[in-house]
Structure formats: C-alpha cells, structure tokens
Design a protein around this ligand. Structure first.
Ligand SMILES: Cc1cc2nc3c(=O)[nH]c(=O)nc-3n(C[C@H](O)[C@H](O)[C@H](O)COP(=O)(O)O)c2cc1C
Length: 223
C-alpha cells in the first residue's frame, strides 16, 4: 500500500466471491414493469403487456405500474398513494423493465416522472440498487435508440444492473392486431431475447447483489 498513500487500508479489500456460498433462491424472479404513457391505446403499454406475458411464461412473477394519477415529482408529498404504490413495487422487485415512447427524440415526461419519484435510498432500503434492468422503447417513426440510451444512463444513475440487450420497436402502430396483441416479427423475437436475458441476469445476481454493489468509498465512510 506504500505506493497508494490515499487509500484507507481498513476498507480496501475485495472479499473472495467463494466466501459468499449463498444457496440460490428458488422463488420466481420478481419483475416490475414501468412504461411511459397515459394514452388510452398506448403502444408502450401494449409492448409492456407482451413483455409481462413472456416473463410469466418464462417463470417470473410480474407487476405492472400504471402512472395514471401520479403527480409530478415534488408536486406533492411522498405519502401520496401513487408514490407509495410505486416505491413499494420497486422494493418488492428483483428486476425491472422500463419501456418509454420516444417523444421529441427523448423519453417521455411520464417515464421520467416515475423514475424521479424513486429515491436511491429509503432509510436503509435501496429500492433500485443491485436490481436488474431491461430498457425498451417504442417509436412512431423509424427505429431509434435515443430513448433506450437515456434509460440506460438513468439505470446507471439508479445503480441498477442494466443488461446489454435492449429493444426498440419502430413504427409501433403497425405491430399490433385488432385484439391489441403483437404480431409475429423480429421485433417480437427481440423482446423475447431481452426478457430471457433479464431473467438470467436476475437469477444470477439477485442473491449476490449486496456483494456486487458494496463500494470502497461507502465502506470507508462507514468505518
Ligand atoms: C409530440 C410527439 C413527439 C413525438 N416524437 C417522436 C420522436 O421523436 N421519435 C419517434 O420515433 N416517435 C415520436 N413520436 C411518436 C410516438 O413515439 C408514438 O406515437 C408512440 O406510439 C407513443 O407512445 P404510446 O403509444 O405508448 O403513447 C412523437 C409523438 C408525439 C405526440
């Protein structure tokens, strides 16, 4: 350590993962899905519903949060029932899916408002840290990645383990039938791929997320 004079030696150690020896949990992975629209026939909601069906078929337990009635961030107090519902669902979850429409080249305010209501810490509970995240977007025009890129950045901010795969559905209005079910297409198959990857990352990380998110600077601050 003599060549690292600024390091606190008491906090500077990486425990061996072998020491974890955690038995793997066997309950269904718990996935919360958020989407960013209040429209009656919303394609981001329809994509989210398809994703939830796929997740359930793969053995996950899912919840979908509907943002209707959620006030703008800081426009009311945290005990508002829609805020409480969102926070409780985050705490319940082991993984998340965020699906936003692209609007003016960016995620919607509805999507951002939900994320803005989720704090990094609720006392000792961290409602997002160490959970997995899959990001998706729907486009009205040709395929774009502006929104998933922004969601990915927010995922990092919320200390989520954002998986590599992602989905962007171009001209989403063309992808659903009269029963609001998604037609077979490479876009649908991509959503299956993304959900499969999300479940695998969730199964692999949910029991060791405290190990993965343990930080030198925070250990140093505590000690
Ligand atoms: C004001 C406005 C701006 C939009 N900007 C974009 C855009 O930048 N890129 C895009 O692909 N689609 C854009 N769209 C189309 C929406 O992404 C599309 O209608 C989408 O289905 C909306 O999501 P929803 O169906 O879940 O409400 C825009 C739509 C509106 C109303």
């Amino acid at each position: 350590m003599s060549d690292l004079p600024n390091i606190s030696t008491a906090s500077f150690h990486i425990p061996s993962p072998e020491k974890l020896s955690t038995p793997l949990s066997t309950h269904k992975p718990r996935i919360l899905l958020l989407y960013g629209s209040l429209r009656k026939r919303s394609f981001s909601r329809l994509v989210t519903l398809e994703a939830a069906r796929i997740l359930e078929a793969m053995g996950a337990e899912t919840r979908i949060y509907h943002a209707d009635g959620l006030p703008l961030a800081d426009d009311t107090t945290e005990d508002h029932p829609k805020v409480q519902e969102l926070r409780d669902l985050c705490t319940w979850s082991e993984g998340m899916v965020w699906c936003s429409p692209e609007r003016h080249g960016a995620m919607t305010g509805v999507m951002k408002t939900q994320i803005d209501w989720i704090p990094l810490a609720l006392g000792s509970i961290r409602p997002t840290q160490g959970r997995t995240l899959a990001v998706m977007q729907v486009c009205g025009g040709s395929q774009s990645f502006n929104t998933v890129n922004q969601l990915r950045q927010l995922g990092r901010w919320m200390r989520l383990i954002t998986i590599p795969n992602q989905s962007s559905v171009a001209k989403a209005y063309q992808e659903f039938d009269d029963n609001d079910r998604m037609k077979p297409s490479p876009y649908y198959d991509r959503i299956v791929d993304v959900m499969e990857e999300l479940i695998k990352f969730t199964l692999l990380t949910r029991d060791v997320s405290a190990y993965l998110t343990d930080r030198y600077s925070e250990r140093k601050e505590k000690s």
